[in-house]
Write a protein that binds this ligand. Structure first.
Ligand code: ZN
Length: 347
C-alpha cells in the first residue's frame, strides 16, 4: 500500500507570466502571447510537480488570474470590469469583486485549453480545480439575483457544464474549492452541499471538495489568531460533507490548530490531508510531514489518506514552493509508504 500524493491546487506563477507574490496579479503579456505563456506555465507547473514526485498533479492554476475570478471571466452574466469593493468571507478582508449583471451562462469552455495541455504533460492522474458555488457567490457583487442560494445554483449549473468538458479532455479528479464553507455553517447546511451535489451531478470523475483556512495572506493569519486554540469550523461542516457526493475532502492540518480528532467526523471519504503549511516560507522537514500524516492516520484509515498541501501556493516564491513539494514527497516516503503509487491506483 502507499500514500497517494497531490497538491491543493495552485503553484506560484512564473515572473515572466504575471506579477509575483500577489493574489490578484497583473499579466505581463496580452493577446496571443499571453495565451501561449499560460500554456507554457501550465507545462512548467506539471513538470515541477512530476519532478518532485507528486503522483496526482494539478494544472497549477497558472492560466487564471485568481482561483475564483479566472472561471468567472469566461461566463456570461458577469461584468469583470464592474468591480465593487466588498468585504468577503464575512468581512475578513475586502476585495474588488466583479458584478453579476444578468443570467449566468457558460456559453463556451473556460479552462479547457490548459486542461488539455496539462493532460498532455501529466504522466499520471490529473486533478483540475474549480471554485465552489458558495465561494464564487461570496467573491462577487450580486446585482442580479440578489439571493445567494439562487446565484449559487446558477453557478453550479455552469460548473457542471465545465466539468463535463474537462472530464472529456481526460481530467481524473475535479475539485471544488470551498473556503467559504469554513465561514457560513448555516448556509452549508441549508444549501451549500446541495449546490455542490448539483455541480457534480452526473460527472464521471473522481469528485473532491477543498475546505481550508485560506492562503497565507496577512488577513487570514490575523483571522486565525482570533479563532482560539482549537479551531472548530471543520466539526460543524464535516458531518454535512460526509453526506455529499464527493469522494475526497481536502483539508488543512499542518501547522494549524485543527484538532486532529475532528477528522473522524469525515466518514466514507478519502481525505487529502494538508501536510504542508502555505502560511509560512519555512520548509517542512520530511520528519514533520511524516508526523502530520501519522497524526491523521490516528483518525482516518491509512488507505483513505492522500498527502497534500494545506491550500494553494499561488502567492509564494517558486523556490519555496518547490522545496515544499519535495518535502511533501519525502515525508510521505519517510512515513514508510511509497509516494509514487497514487497516479493510477485511485479508488
Ligand atoms: Zn485553500
Amino acid at each position: 500500500m502507499g500514500y497517494r500524493t497531490t497538491i491543493a491546487g495552485s503553484l506560484p506563477k512564473p515572473g515572466w507570466l504575471a506579477e509575483t507574490g500577489k493574489l490578484w496579479p497583473q499579466w505581463r503579456l496580452d493577446g496571443a502571447d499571453l495565451a501561449q505563456a499560460k500554456r507554457d506555465a501550465t507545462i512548467l507547473a506539471v513538470s515541477e510537480q512530476t519532478q518532485a514526485g507528486i503522483a496526482c498533479c494539478s494544472d497549477g492554476e497558472a492560466a487564471r488570474v485568481h482561483f475564483v475570478h479566472g472561471f468567472l471571466e469566461g461566463l456570461e452574466g458577469i461584468d469583470p470590469a464592474a468591480k465593487v469593493r466588498r468585504g468577503i468571507r464575512n468581512d475578513r478582508y475586502e476585495a474588488d469583486c466583479p458584478s453579476i449583471v444578468g443570467e449566468i451562462r457558460r456559453a463556451r469552455p473556460v479552462h479547457l485549453d490548459e486542461a488539455r495541455v496539462a493532460r498532455a504533460f501529466a504522466p499520471g492522474a490529473l486533478k483540475f480545480t474549480l471554485p465552489g458555488p458558495m465561494t464564487i457567490v461570496d467573491t462577487l457583487y450580486d446585482g442580479y439575483y440578489r439571493d445567494r442560494k439562487r446565484a449559487a445554483f446558477a453557478f453550479a449549473d455552469a460548473l457542471n457544464a465545465e466539468m463535463r468538458d474537462l472530464v472529456a479532455a481526460g481530467v481524473d479528479t475535479i475539485q471544488l474549492d470551498e473556503p467559504a464553507f469554513n465561514v457560513f455553517f448555516d448556509e452549508v447546511e441549508a444549501w451549500g452541499i446541495d449546490a455542490i451535489d448539483r455541480a457534480f451531478d452526473g460527472i464521471a470523475a473522481r469528485k473532491a471538495v477543498h475546505v481550508c483556512y485560506g492562503y497565507g495572506i496577512e488577513a487570514n493569519i490575523a483571522w486565525k489568531r482570533e479563532l482560539g486554540d482549537a479551531w472548530d469550523q471543520y466539526a460543524h461542516i464535516f458531518p454535512f460533507l460526509s453526506r455529499s457526493s464527493a469522494d475526497e475532502i481536502s483539508i488543512e492540518l499542518a501547522g494549524s490548530r485543527v484538532p486532529p480528532g475532528v477528522l473522524a467526523r469525515l466518514t466514507g471519504k478519502d481525505v487529502a490531508v494538508g501536510v504542508i503549511d502555505v502560511a509560512t516560507d519555512a520548509i517542512e522537514t520530511p520528519e514533520q510531514v511524516a508526523a502530520t500524516i501519522d497524526l491523521a492516520a490516528q483518525y482516518v484509515p491509512r488507505e483513505r489518506i492522500i498527502a497534500s498541501t494545506n491550500c494553494g501556493m499561488a502567492p509564494m516564491a517558486r523556490d519555496v514552493a518547490n522545496a515544499k513539494l519535495a518535502a511533501l514527497v519525502a515525508g510521505a516516503r519517510r512515513a514508510g509508504i511509497s509516494p509514487d503509487s497514487g497516479g493510477r491506483d485511485r479508488a
